[in-house]
Write a protein that binds this ligand. Structure first.
Ligand SMILES: NC(=O)C1=CN([C@@H]2O[C@H](COP(=O)(O)OP(=O)(O)OC[C@H]3O[C@@H](n4cnc5c(N)ncnc54)[C@H](OP(=O)(O)O)[C@@H]3O)[C@@H](O)[C@H]2O)C=CC1
Ligand SMILES: O=C(O)[C@@H]1CCC=N1
Length: 264
C-alpha cells in the first residue's frame, strides 16, 4: 500500500503517473489539510484518510509530499505511529535523511528529488536510499518512481545539485518557453501559435539530444550555417551572457538548498 501526506503539485504528478502505470487507486491512501484537494483525489477513486496517522497505519510506502516548512511538525506528529517496516519517502528540498531520523528515530528513509513533468509521465527523479532499506523495498520504490519518471540513483551529497538542475529546472525551462513565445508575439505570430512553436522546439531539441547522443555543441553547429541567421542569434546569446546566466542561476539555486540545509 502507498500513502501520501499532502496532495499538492508533486503528489498529483506522482499519483497520476502511478495510475497510468497499473497501480490501482485502491492501493493509494492520502491525507491533506486542504479538504478541496482530498475531494479531487476522491473523485479519482483514491482512498481518503482522516489524518496523517491513518495514512501511516494503512501504507508501507509513505511519500511526504508537503512543503519543507511543515516537515518537522508533521514528522513530530507521526513519529509514534511509524512502524519499523514503514518506508518514508522524503522529497523536501534541503532535508537530509539524518535530520529526518533525528526526529523519527532509526526508521527506513528514502530521499528523492522529483520534478513536475511527472504529471505527464516525463519526470526525472534522483533517489538515494538509507542503509536500512532492503533489496525488495528498493526495487519497489524504484518501480514506483519509474511509473512517472526517469530515475537515477545517486549519493545524498548530490541531491542539492539535482534539486537545482532537475527539481527547479522546469521553472527555468518554462521561462525560456515564455520568453521565446513573447518574442514570437512581438514579431506578429498569434499567442497560441507562438507557444506551440516554442514548446515543440524545446521538446524536439531535447529528444534529438537524447536519441542522437551527439554532443549539444555538435547539434548546435548543425543549425548554424556559415554567415547565416542562427549564428547571429548565438552571438547575441553570448553577448547577453546567456550561458553565464544559466550557470549562475543553477549555482545560486543550489546554494539556496545548502542554506536551507544548514538551518534544518
Ligand atoms: N513543486 C515542485 O516542483 C517540487 C517540489 N518538491 C518538494 O515536494 C514537496 C511538496 O511540494 P508541492 O507538491 O509543490 O507542495 P504543495 O503546496 O503543492 O502541496 C502540499 C500540500 O500539503 C498540504 N499540507 C500542508 N500542511 C499539511 C499537513 N500538516 N498535513 C497534510 N497536508 C498538509 C498543503 O495544503 P495548503 O496548501 O493548504 O498548505 C498542500 O495541499 C515539497 O517538500 C517540495 O520541496 C520537490 C521537487 C519539485
Ligand atoms: O522550490 C522548491 O522548494 C522545490 C524544490 C525543487 C523544486 N521546487
Amino acid at each position: 500500500m502507498i500513502g501520501f501526506i499532502g496532495c499538492g503539485n508533486m503528489a498529483n504528478a506522482m499519483i497520476n503517473g502511478m495510475l497510468k502505470n497499473n497501480i490501482k487507486s485502491d492501493d493509494i491512501f492520502v491525507y491533506d489539510t486542504d479538504k478541496s484537494k482530498l475531494e479531487i483525489m476522491s473523485k479519482n477513486g483514491i482512498n481518503i484518510c482522516k489524518s496523517s496517522h491513518d495514512v501511516f497505519k494503512k501504507s508501507k510506502y509513505i511519500f511526504l509530499a508537503i512543503k519543507p516548512n511543515v516537515y518537522s511538525d508533521v514528522l513530530n506528529d507521526v513519529k509514534g505511529v511509524i512502524e519499523d517496516g514503514s518506508v518514508i519517502i522524503s522529497m523536501a528540498a534541503g532535508f537530509k535523511i539524518d535530520s529526518i531520523k533525528q526526529i523519527i528515530g532509526s526508521k527506513k528513509v528514502v530521499r528523492i528529488m522529483p520534478n513536475t513533468p511527472a504529471l505527464v509521465g516525463e519526470g526525472f527523479t534522483a533517489v538515494c536510499f538509507d542503509n536500512l532499506i532492503d533489496e525488495k523495498e528498493k526495487n519497489t520504490v524504484m518501480s514506483l518512481l519509474k511509473s512517472f519518471s526517469c530515475v537515477v540513483e545517486t549519493k545524498e551529497n548530490y541531491i542539492n545539485a539535482y534539486s537545482a538542475i532537475s527539481g527547479s529546472g522546469p521553472a527555468f525551462a518554462f521561462i525560456f518557453i515564455e520568453a521565446m513565445a513573447d518574442a514570437a508575439v512581438l514579431l506578429g505570430i498569434p499567442r497560441e501559435e507562438a507557444y506551440k512553436a516554442a514548446q515543440q522546439t524545446l521538446l524536439g531539441s531535447s529528444k534529438l539530444a537524447m536519441l542522437s547522443q551527439k554532443h549539444p555543441g555538435e547539434l548546435k553547429d548543425m543549425v548554424c550555417s556559415p554567415g547565416g541567421t542562427t549564428i547571429e542569434g548565438v552571438r547575441t546569446l553570448e553577448e547577453k551572457g546567456f550561458r553565464s546566466a544559466v550557470i549562475e542561476c543553477i549555482v545560486n539555486t543550489y546554494k539556496k538548498n545548502l542554506d536551507i540545509n544548514s538551518i534544518r
